[in-house]
Design a protein around this ligand. Sequence first.
Ligand SMILES: NC(=O)c1ccc[n+]([C@@H]2O[C@H](COP(=O)([O-])OP(=O)(O)OC[C@H]3O[C@@H](n4cnc5c(N)ncnc54)[C@H](O)[C@@H]3O)[C@@H](O)[C@H]2O)c1
Length: 313
Amino acid sequence: MAKQHKRVLVTGGAGFIGSNLVRLLCDAGYEVLVLDDLSSGFKRLVDKRAQFFEGSIADEKLLLRILSRVEVVFHLAATSTITYSMTHPRFYFENNFMNGVRLLEVMRKKGIKKLVYASSAASYDGKKRTPIAERDPIGPINPYGASKLAFEHVMSAYFNAFGIEGTALRFFNVYGPNDEQPNATRAIPMWLEAALAGKPVPYYWKGKQKRDYVFVEDVARAAMLAAEKSHGFSVYNVGSGTGHWMIDILREIERQLDIKLVLKDMGERAGDPKYAVADTQKVQKELGWKPKTDLEEGLRQTIRYYKKRFKKV
Ligand SMILES: NC(=O)c1ccc[n+]([C@@H]2O[C@H](COP(=O)([O-])OP(=O)(O)OC[C@H]3O[C@@H](n4cnc5c(N)ncnc54)[C@H](O)[C@@H]3O)[C@@H](O)[C@H]2O)c1
């Protein structure tokens, strides 16, 4: 079937990454359905060209109804705040793991043969100081990471047992427009919100964590490529491949905003890995994916977005 006629479902399509992916899919001519329970997403972020269903992936009846003629499912729906997973682990396994199994069961019933999954760098233990490759040991250090990784194993089983192809994309630190997750705990939205309000900017570990920040549009492009090019069951890192100390990212934000930030030292935060930088050779070689937007340009676009959002322009 020609690409422009493909009908796809994006779970979590009203969220940060999902809404960016939905826009790119619509631009590319896909027929896009979105299922989101709006627990951390917003309907206004969903591209008007997509068909929106408000509901949960836990609702098998609803899934059975909307999954007709769908060829690919992009599964991004999840609860994804690491900090909250430290206090409510069961909820994470229920939503990120069991509800994913429910989705796969409906795909099996409907004969849908392709799943692209938003997995996470939280599958790794965050200790390795050099870029992490997919073959490196896994070892989640928080329940969120464990719930994301556990579902990869389910995907592997559903490929081997039922022939449902699955691509797990281990996203590293994604940033960019549309990140409006309530009670933000992610660094860049939290920092920009405080900085633009002229408040002290909270930071952890004195900024001495090395992270791989990858721009959201690049991540969405990786998901589209996975749907088109990947086969069988596979796992790919999706990161910029470049590590930045958090403190240097703060300094870059300061430079771009042209203000002196007042930093608020929040000490250490449980569940946070110290290092997480992606080795991206596999995804480059097999999917032909490379990030196009570097941190400086990505931050520029992100700052523009938050300035508008907080009406500072
Ligand atoms: N943002 C990152 O840096 C990052 C890094 C690694 C992996 N991921 C993964 O990428 C995916 C998207 O993350 P995000 O940053 O866009 O988060 P997000 O919270 O903005 O998006 C998740 C969306 O899923 C929806 N949702 C949650 N549970 C649902 C359910 N049961 N049924 C239907 N909808 C449901 C939420 O309402 C929200 O719109 C998640 O799976 C997350 O684990 C994100």
